[in-house]
Write a protein that binds this ligand. Sequence first.
Ligand code: FMN
Length: 323
Amino acid sequence: MDGLFGKYRVLLAPMAGVTDIAFRTLCREAGADMAFTEMVSAKGLSFANEKTRHLLALADGEKQVAVQLFGHEPDVMASQAAWIEQEMGESLAYLDINMGCPARKIVSKGDGSALMREPELAAAIVRSVRGAVEHPVTVKFRRGWAEGDETAPAFARAMEEAGADAVAVHGRYTEQLYRGAADWGVIARVREAVGVPVVGNGDVRSGADAVRMAAETGCDAVMIARGAEGNPWLFSQVQAALAGVPEPAPPTVKERIAMARRHAELLTHREGRNIVRMRKHAMWYMAGLPGAAAGRGRINYCTTLDDFNQVFDDLLLIAQEHS
Ligand SMILES: Cc1cc2nc3c(=O)[nH]c(=O)nc-3n(C[C@H](O)[C@H](O)[C@H](O)COP(=O)(O)O)c2cc1C
């Protein structure tokens, strides 16, 4: 694994609403080599929107992050990429351009995956951003737009020609959203189509999956999104599997609850008393634990660290009774 991703072979994917400071911290501690911020609107940044800028805040002492921009206007994308570079300085590892998001509110504005249907505009964006910053510029996209119409290899080539320093491919079509299985064959075909590093993405949920993706596709780095939800340990398992050493034992119930507590504390540190966004994480940590069904109902009413900790305390008691 050479070049841009020589140091970054296991990446935490960008996830809007999920990959905030708290979650990034836990995934990095577990072994993610690189972490993305939540996707950031170039337009929002250009209006100096505080909420948008907040997405770029890092934890004290946080390692370099990758920042993903979305938008479709080459000049706005370039000026905001330059602003991010200047603002973040040493904290920025590289910039990524979102050309894979299938959400209606994004593609209806011509952003995200809509750019896969406009390869010339997509290339113009990459050229502008590439020309405006010194940091590496990468592009993340999907297998193609319409099911059965695999455009990713040609698209990847066009992005490389426009100046992309690496590409990341999620093996689903835009029309599939998150349905069905990710196709890893397309990652191999993109790998053959370009000379720049290729990041493989889609359905890595275990160390064995990561090893298989790397072997089957020749990808330069593995990117993980949903598998890490409520499960930062996945990164330590994947790192061990890729290094060919035994994987750490899966977390105990106690460890899962301790991680959930720490997550809530980190969020409180960052967001203040109201940590409603912890609800979804709490559900993920609790999945499959004894007492989870009753706990889920209560989580929907939690807003503060104390609220969450009470549910976690009770889950721990139930787990102890079960053991
Ligand atoms: C809640 C959620 C938010 C996401 N947000 C983004 C995003 O902001 N930018 C992006 O490129 N992909 C986003 N994705 C897609 C993931 O980065 C990834 O490509 C996809 O989930 C497939 O990987 P996985 O099978 O490991 O989950 C998101 C996915 C989820 C589930």
